[in-house]
Design a protein around this ligand. Structure first.
Ligand code: SF4
Length: 189
């Protein structure tokens, strides 16, 4: 079954019972940049798109600051495709059931760089239980794809001093992308 049909039909974990709809992802399906968040919130559940509301606005502003737009050369998806009730943290069983969808999205999009936003995205993709603080600031890899870790925009709304660190992470991500593009150009010259 096509992935875009399989996700809305999924009943693999208990979250299907309380969702309004699944939130598959949004953006350019051939993007160089893949941003991965945690799970839909109330607005995302209502509208079917990831990162709407205040956290979405913050993310859009941060993307704009490094010359990116969520509709062009960027794809945004979450670890979980259904909203955990009351915006509670995802449970390990839910993450385990839902992660194959995200991994398939990564396989199809073939991004040049992944930005993991928040603990659940970073820990899931890196199979680690380390903190964001200890994972950010260096380059990781998921299945060979370079991966940068940063804070989730919803966390930044509650912890404004950490916005400066998130900005450092995005600058690091942009620099990494530029060097990936330079390497590709010099290899094809
Ligand atoms: Fe299926 Fe994922 Fe929704 Fe659980 S969260 S029902 S695994 S799509």
């Amino acid at each position: 079954m096509e992935l875009k049909q399989a996700v809305p039909a999924c009943t693999a974990c208990g979250l299907h019972k309380s969702r309004t709809q699944t939130v598959f992802g949004v953006g350019d399906e051939k993007a160089d940049w893949l941003l991965v968040g945690e799970a839909p919130g109330a607005e995302e559940d209502r509208l079917g798109d990831p990162f709407v509301g205040q956290a979405g606005k913050l993310l859009d502003n941060m993307l704009a600051a490094i010359g990116l737009d969520r509709r062009t050369n960027v794809y945004i998806a979450n670890v979980l495709k259904c909203r955990p009730p009351g915006n509670r943290n995802p449970e390990p069983g839910e993450v385990a059931k839902c992660t194959p969808f995200l991994l398939k999205q990564i396989e199809l999009i073939q991004p040049k760089l992944i930005v993991a936003m928040g603990r659940f995205a970073a820990q899931t993709l890196l199979a680690s239980d380390a903190s964001i603080a200890s994972l950010r600031g260096r380059l990781h890899r998921y299945a060979g794809v370079p991966l940068v870790v940063t804070y989730h925009p919803a966390y930044l709304l509650r912890n404004l001093p950490d916005k400066a660190k998130a900005w450092e992470d995005l600058v690091f991500a942009r620099r990494t992308m530029q060097s990936l593009l330079d390497t590709r150009e010099s290899a094809s010259a």
